[in-house]
Design a binder for this molecule. Structure first.
Ligand SMILES: *[C@@H]1O[C@H](CO)[C@@H](O)[C@H](O)[C@H]1NC(C)=O
Ligand SMILES: *[C@@H]1O[C@H](CO)[C@@H](O)[C@H](O)[C@H]1NC(C)=O
Ligand SMILES: *[C@@H]1O[C@H](CO)[C@@H](O)[C@H](O)[C@H]1NC(C)=O
Ligand SMILES: [Cu+2]
Length: 684
């Protein structure tokens, strides 16, 4: 295809003709437009409803029977191809074929299919024969949770406890891996009482173990060991309309009013806002994916590349009760349940402010048909913070005060996997900073106990008594971000700058010590496995081939969240599977196949395909296209305030330009105009 550098008149003519034919084609093809890309479509746009339907048709054509779809997503184009596309001007963009990657099970055998949406062909169909199973479908979970309600022994157990079967609801839990040599697709099912409350997770029916075989869709193991009282429904209701007074404290409202309109422009999934330009995609497994984020440099008069791709690659949630009923609870929410397919519709006005813009998404259901996720994520401008300021009182007879207000752009999604809600924010600031925040809400996972007061506790409970008969079990949340930074280009290096004390021994100062820095470019994957908090250091991804005018390498540095390391032993089974949490920061050379830090097949995985294994190759990472992986964790020791529903618990980190710009990039950014609400004439 034509490239932007070859602007000969003939090529121009050719391209105009092509455009003309293209528009004719669009106009005349009507409903068969699924594989026609409008010129505005971005190669990273998520699969559309029509494309998912087309993929289903193509796959069913080859495998018409006994097939279930576990993952259907865009097979993202090669990075060099995409970069070429991005750097070409509108009419000279190379054609990038749309392809999809599908994981489906046919007669219980896992297939990986590559589909061309243009030729409508299966380009490859490989069988996965290794360990680990694909992401669970939403539909098989819906089926599995109905099984106990028709299962004699369970009905008996419910009766024995004096509970009403019509008020029982169940939920699916993945089983993990504990050294078994043979694995089958099975899950545990646990049940709860919905009687007099919708807060089911705080009313577990404990003492019962139910194992469901997903291929047979039948209960294959059952035992009822001990009866613990089901915690009462009292004080568990969280819906506003069921709360009784007194309410409070009273919170006052704020009018939302943007007379100049929103500051962002949305074109499909591409957003331009202030000095930023980025693509916001969706994937059934990852959820929101930020791609090709670049920032306009006022002094260099050009957009500069910052982040090629960023998303949450896995979420590991190991519980800490080793008893028979709880030991297996070591979840991998992205790989096992699909972070993206567990996204929930955002509640306008409450989850996002009134001036937010919402996006819908589609994922494939078990039968391959498109499933709509309305208001899947939102984009909005956030006001109210100071961008920078100074009061200068040091000049006699003069007070100088300069304060600039910040506006930032936020992309937000909520992922609700069972009891927990994960609010995930990407915040882009005009200063070039990207702040990533995760906030938890929802319910604790509760263990029912025959204890009403702390004084009655005789043995280890593996959690906190948060209410009568209710223990909130200890656990962690470890999120690992895939951060493919491309600072002014792909070739980047990872620099660790240690802050070190120096003792003054020669009497040259009245001080006995001071600190200084020592920078080191890390050359190999093994050197870039970093445990934070051991010695003060700054970590940055720099472009060693680009300097500022005064000679510093341009870069972005990681400002970490509070340090949270895994506490389990590295040889414990869940930790082997979650070995990507053994370090806080990892750096790998870019590889198209290394997307999922816990492996592609995480359900009952054995830790053979994790970031910890890939990095054993000890590849070169200096002056290469590199990916930074960063683990953000929360150790969760529950407390009474987390009950019956948790107020947001947040953690986050920042990617901040460091010698990237020549000077403060928002020096000339003026505060936004402020507006007074129009005063309405008094009505008589
Ligand atoms: C589908 O599965 C059923 C039950 O396992 C089996 O009897 C049947 O032969 C399978 N169909 C095909 C086309 O393989
Ligand atoms: C059991 O629950 C159902 C559904 O809520 C209700 O209609 C029924 O009256 C309950 N039975 C008893 C014995 O409480
Ligand atoms: C950038 O600065 C470093 C350190 O001063 C120097 O060694 C290097 O040659 C410079 N590189 C470029 C591309 O200017
Ligand atoms: Cu928690």
């Amino acid at each position: 295809m034509a490239s932007s550098t070859m602007r000969t008149p003939i090529l121009m003519l050719f391209s105009l003709l092509a455009l003309f034919l293209f528009s004719l084609n669009v106009a005349s093809s009507g409903s068969s437009s699924s594989n026609i890309r409008t010129p505005l479509q971005h190669p990273l746009d998520p699969l559309t409803k029509e494309e998912i339907t087309l993929i289903r048709t193509i796959v069913l054509n080859k495998h018409p029977k006994n097939i279930t779809f576990h993952y259907v997503g865009l097979d993202d184009p090669d990075k060099p191809t995409l970069l070429k596309w991005a750097s070409s001007s509108l009419h000279f963009k190379p054609h990038i074929p749309r392809q999809a990657f599908v994981i489906a099970m046919v007669n219980s055998v896992t297939h990986e299919l590559l589909i061309s949406l243009e030729t409508k062909q299966i380009l490859s169909d490989n069988i996965h024969s290794g360990v680990g199973f694909p992401t669970l479908t939403v539909d098989e979970q819906t089926e599995a949770i109905m099984l106990p309600l028709k299962y004699g022994p369970f009905i008996e157990s419910v009766k024995k406890r004096g509970l009403n079967l019509s008020e029982v609801v169940c939920s699916v839990f993945t089983v993990g891996w504990y050294g078994e040599t043979k694995s089958e697709r099975k899950v545990r099912v646990e049940c709860f009482m919905k009687e007099e409350t919708v807060n089911i997770y705080v009313r577990p029916i404990n003492g019962i173990a139910i194992v469901v075989h997903l291929e047979k869709m039948a209960i294959i193991e059952y035992h009822d060991r001990n009866i613990e009282p089901v915690p009462t429904a009292e004080n568990t209701e969280y819906r506003a309309e069921y709360q009784k007074p007194p309410f409070g404290p009273k919170l006052h409202g704020l009018a939302s009013f943007q007379p100049e309109g929103p500051g962002f422009k949305i074109n499909g999934h591409t957003i331009s806002w202030a000095n930023w330009n980025l693509h916001v995609g969706y994937d059934a497994r990852a959820g929101v994916i930020i791609s090709m984020a670049s920032i306009y440099d006022l002094e260099k008069h050009k957009a500069r590349r910052v982040l090629y791709r960023g998303y949450i690659s896995e979420l590991f949630v190991p519980y800490q009760d080793p008893s028979d009923e709880w030991y297996y609870k070591t979840f991998f929410d992205a790989g096992e349940f699909g972070f993206g397919q567990s996204m929930v519709s955002m509640e306008p006005l409450h989850d996002c402010p009134p001036h937010a813009q919402f996006f819908d998404s589609y994922f494939a259901a078990r039968d391959g048909s498109p499933s709509l996720l309305e208001n899947a994520f939102c984009v909005f401008e956030q006001h109210g913070n100071i961008m920078w300021r100074h009061t200068e009182a040091g000049i006699p007879d003069q007070t100088i005060r300069e304060a600039r207000t910040e506006v930032s752009l936020v992309v937000r999604m909520v992922v609700t996997v069972g009891n927990y809600d994960n609010v995930v924010d990407w915040e882009f600031k005009p200063s070039g900073s990207i702040k990533l925040q995760i906030s938890l809400s929802g319910m604790l996972e509760i263990k029912a106990v025959d204890i009403k007061h702390k004084d009655e506790i005789k043995e280890e409970q593996h959690g906190t008594l948060v209410s009568g008969n209710s223990v909130g079990v200890y656990h962690d949340h470890f999120y690992i971000y895939h951060l493919d930074l491309d600072i002014d280009g792909e070739e980047n290096s990872f620099v660790k700058t240690g802050l070190k004390a120096v003792r003054v021994t020669d009497g040259s100062s009245k001080r006995k010590s001071y600190w200084t820095t020592e920078s080191q470019t890390l050359k190999k994957e093994s050197e870039a496995k970093i445990k934070l908090g051991q010695s003060p250091s700054e970590l940055a991804v720099v472009n060693p081939n680009k300097n500022t005018s005064i000679g510093n390498h341009v870069g972005y540095r990681l400002l970490p969240a509070s340090v949270t390391h895994p506490i389990l032993y590295e040889d414990d089974y869940p930790q082997v599977r979650g070995a990507f949490t053994n370090y806080d920061v990892w750096v790998t050379p870019y590889s198209r196949n290394e997307k999922w830090a816990g492996g592609l097949y995480v359900d009952q995985s054995r830790g053979q395909d994790t970031l910890a294994i890939w990095t054993k190759q000890n590849r070169n990472i200096e002056n290469k296209d590199i990916v930074m992986w960063y683990v953000v964790g929360i150790h969760h020791v529950p407390c009474q305030e987390d009950f019956p529903i948790m107020p947001l618990l947040s953690t986050g980190f920042e990617l901040r330009p460091t010698n990237f710009f020549e000077r403060n990039p928002v020096l000339k950014t003026l505060s936004p105009k402020t507006f007074k609400m129009p005063v309405c004439p008094k009505q008589n």
